[in-house]
Design a protein around this ligand. Structure first.
Ligand SMILES: *Cc1c(COP(=O)(O)O)cnc(C)c1O
Length: 379
């Protein structure tokens, strides 16, 4: 059997006829930027996430960059201020902070959740800290009531990197006695979303969005992503061209209708992995309640220095796996000044993590074959 890590061709084919029709209709319309497709998708995605505003932009990195830049333009943050962020994230989260002259304050994750360790956050807060940026990495909810309480106590903005968690639901306390069900991307003050093709809600190219309930922030983000302009040829900020195009918005609007259904298949795959993987070399992160995991990726940890060997063994047996991520941000050449810092849990995850095939199109017999191969692996 040949089981790719993720076949984008098969993912697109799931809703292929409708996607082709949507693309063709934009092609024939003669209108390619800042039109009806963006408006419709933004409205539908804001409704799905449960926020007042959604602003489409060029990609997920830009979405995060615009959130911090908008807070700077609004006087909420200034260059030199600090942002608390997990040490084990995709580089984009960190780049969005440093791009704006802000300082990331890296905090270790928990090994059993792979998400930021909320017990370590309070000690990392300084007088310069202005925000906590949580990342719902692998599709797993990273929000905890403790994080929400720390934001209130210290007057910090809560920013969510929701690039990997479209459709993840969380039960949030802190509204009196009420416990409210919310989507990730609506819990904090603002969230960045990526529609990179491989994400749960993926475009056929680049795309991203910011969601927020904050009117001022929404206006600043929309302006920044459109050259800093609200009125043609009048420029309020030194912005950039970072727009979502009409073809991508049309594709995303089709795929949004099927996101819950596509995520349900991911859950079925993940539950099969949880119920059947029993190789002592392999450990799985804590199993979250199903709704709190959008299962963007299915990470496993491989002990005893056997991760790369398991990757090669699966590869030789026709199964594609990917490491998320082999080098932690603080070990990257682009952040030389942090290379000597030590984040043992983050480094251990970088050494032991392997992501198994998962997606809306993978067949259950393929999943069973992946499990059979893993359980047969002796190291
Ligand atoms: C994909 C991703 C991004 C960036 O998205 P792009 O659309 O590729 O720019 C940001 N953060 C995380 C955690 C991601 O996985």
């Amino acid at each position: 059997m040949n089981i790719p890590f993720l076949s984008l061709k098969e993912v697109t084919a799931l809703h292929g006829a409708e996607i082709n029709e949507a693309v063709t209709s934009v092609v024939n319309s003669g209108w390619y930027l800042q039109g009806e497709e963006n408006e419709r998708f933004e409205t539908n995605y804001a409704n799905f996430i449960g926020t007042k505003h959604c602003i489409g932009c060029a990609n997920g990195l830009d979405a995060l960059i615009w959130i911090f830049r908008a807070y700077i333009e609004l006087g909420v943050m200034q260059p030199g201020d600090e942002v608390i962020v997990p040490a084990n994230t995709y580089i984009a989260t960190i780049l969005a902070i440093t791009e704006n002259g802000l300082k990331p304050n890296l905090v270790e994750p928990k090994l059993n959740t792979l998400e930021i360790d909320d017990d370590l956050i309070e000690a990392a807060i300084t007088p310069k800290t202005k925000a906590i940026c949580i990342v719902h990495l692998y599709g797993r909810n990273a929000y905890t009531d403790k994080i929400g309480e720390l934001c209130k106590k210290y007057g910090l903005k809560l920013i969510e990197d929701n690039a990997q968690a479209h459709g993840c639901m969380v039960k949030v306390k802190g509204y009196g006695l009420e416990v409210k069900e919310m989507m990730t991307g609506s819990i904090g003050d603002a969230a960045g979303h990526s529609f990179y093709p491989g994400k749960n809600l993926g475009a056929l190219g680049d795309g991203g969005a910011v969601t927020t309930n904050d009117d001022e922030l929404a206006e600043a983000v929309r302006t920044l992503a459109n050259y800093g302009s609200q009125k043609k040829y009048v420029f309020k900020y030194t912005g950039r061209n970072s727009r979502l195009d009409e073809i991508q918005a049309a594709v995303l609007d089709v795929k949004l209708k099927y996101l819950v259904e596509d995520n349900a298949h991911r859950k079925e795959v993940a539950n099969y992995y949880y119920n059947h993987i029993n190789n002592p070399l392999v450990s799985l992160p804590d199993r979250l309640p199903d709704e709190q995991n959008a299962y963007h990726l299915f990470p496993i940890l491989v002990a005893g220095g056997k991760r790369d060997a398991l990757h090669d063994y699966l590869d030789q047996n026709g199964v594609g796996t990917v490491i998320h991520y082999p080098i932690a941000p603080h070990k990257q050449e682009c952040y030389k000044e942090w290379n000597q810092m030590s984040f043992p849990i983050t480094e251990r995850i970088a050494d032991e993590e392997l992501s198994l095939p998962i997606g809306p199109a993978i067949k259950m017999e393929e999943v069973a074959e992946v499990v059979r191969l893993i359980n047969a692996y002796k190291g």
